[in-house]
Design a protein around this ligand. Sequence first.
Ligand code: UD1
Ligand code: F6R
Length: 371
Amino acid sequence: NKGKYEHYMQKEIHEQPESLTTTMRGRLIRGGSHKAKTVLLGGLKDHLKTIRRSRRIVFIGCGTSYNAALAARPILEELSGVPVTMEVASDLLDRQGPIYREDTAVFVSQSGETADTLLALEYALENGALCVGITNTVGSAIARHTHCGVHINAGAEIGVASTKAYTSQIVVMAMLALAIGGDTISNEAKREATIDGLIDLPNKVREVLQLDQEMKDLAKLLIAEQSLLVFGRGYNYATALEGALKVKEVALMHSEGILAGEMKHGPLALVDENLPIVVIATRDACFSKQQSVIQQLHARKGRLIVMCSKGDAAAVCPGESCRAIEVPQVEDCLQPVVNIIPLQLLAYHLTVLRGFNVDQPRNLAKSVTTQ
Ligand code: UD1
Ligand code: F6R
């Protein structure tokens, strides 16, 4: 049931304040006056010790689910103290890459039925790793075959392009980082800020959804383009990859997410006055580096669209022709949840304006159950 919406993708983008609330329900415990706030993930509580003692955490997934894990990787590294690596499921299988008994392998999948991810799970089980699932579908193959896990509880996702599952996956993995990290003194400030940020996140998501009309106007400007680049780094490298994936899969426009630190190692050659480029430059530890990326793109007459924190438009835009998308600022590790939303809206409006099928893009299926 699409309710007041024209498409499922549109509905699922706009219901993110509610889906995120459901994802967190019963899992964030506010402590008393001197008791720190804590995270309770029922499905993991008996396994946290093993996870903390593992030699490595390996995230495994495909497409959007892989991107969600990439967005959560820095906070996991910071809070867990365990090295974190990333594997695209098919690539792990192609290489028969190393997975050890001392590893915790985390399988991220909305459907819980993706063939590549499921085969990677069988492979990791054979190799003796502790296998953890992060799935949206109760009773799915991945939920059943993992040793333990967390349901993201985002509600059924019907549009082929994953939107609300992505943001709920990031939130669950941030909670996973908090759960693994435990309440050590060194983590205390970051923990508290992250938990407060999680509690307020649905409000910030409601706020960023007000950019809908602005993103529709931007889509009108970009409707006839051949290509769109998205530059990100740090916490928002994943946002660049995921934003570009949305644009290519539904709007059928070539789009590429680029790690901004790699700009001078090739992509800079593409820059001219015609190619539109989105640069994600919200406030975090990478902000000044992104400012210098913007300057260099501007010096090559790049057509810039800068995503920045509220109030920063004048500070980040180098010239008249630059457009700004101002988003609310949140705790750095949660900023990817806010930042993806304007790009989801942009992909949605581009698709409708270009006259393509939003909910069932050509050649794609919601659940990829074949290799
Ligand atoms: C569970 C109940 C929830 C109830 C809550 C009350 C289910 C599905 N969830 O939620 O209805 O309100 O207790 O305390 O009955 N699991 C995997 N792999 C996965 C995902 C989950 O093995 O990919 C396992 C977990 O380890 C756990 C079980 O499935 O044993 C349920 O997981 P989850 O729904 O996340 O647990 P709770 O949030 O505690
Ligand atoms: C993109 C998209 C796909 C899926 C991928 C994995 O919008 O939906 O990239 O993310 O096929 O699917 P799940 O998460 O079901 O394993």
